[in-house]
Ligand binder design. Structure first.
Ligand SMILES: Cc1cc2nc3c(=O)[nH]c(=O)nc-3n(C[C@H](O)[C@H](O)[C@H](O)COP(=O)(O)OP(=O)(O)OC[C@H]3O[C@@H](n4cnc5c(N)ncnc54)[C@H](O)[C@@H]3O)c2cc1C
Length: 70
């Protein structure tokens, strides 16, 4: 990136994007785990997001699903 990778750079590190290749199953409609009722696999760790915004959006969708579940 212009202005970043220069001889003046003090520290250069590789930003490797590693998102969870593992996905915990969940039902499309209820967002719940198919075998464990009340478990809502959510966002990056569960394999449904790969970034701040997508994690936040998945969090909102799961929260709405929890409200419907109540
Ligand atoms: C170095 C780095 C740079 C990044 N840069 C960007 C960027 O520029 N733009 C971007 O969009 N995304 C970036 N990301 C990705 C972004 O940070 C993640 O996608 C996002 O934070 C995922 O949100 P999350 O809520 O799913 O998970 P997390 O933010 O990982 O939150 C999970 C939380 O669960 C807690 N936890 C874990 N185990 C337990 C337990 N057993 N009990 C209780 N709590 C527990 C953890 O402490 C953590 O607070 C970056 C990630 C890294 C690592």
């Amino acid at each position: 990136m212009k202005g970043y990778y220069t001889n003046e750079a003090i520290l250069v590190g590789v930003e490797s994007r590693s998102s969870s290749p593992v996905r915990i199953p969940r039902e499309k409609e209820s967002f719940q785990h198919p075998q464990v009722q009340g478990l809502f696999p959510c966002a990056e760790g569960a394999g449904y997001a790969g970034g701040i915004v997508s994690a936040a959006i998945d969090g909102i969708n799961c929260a709405n699903a929890v409200l419907k579940f109540q």
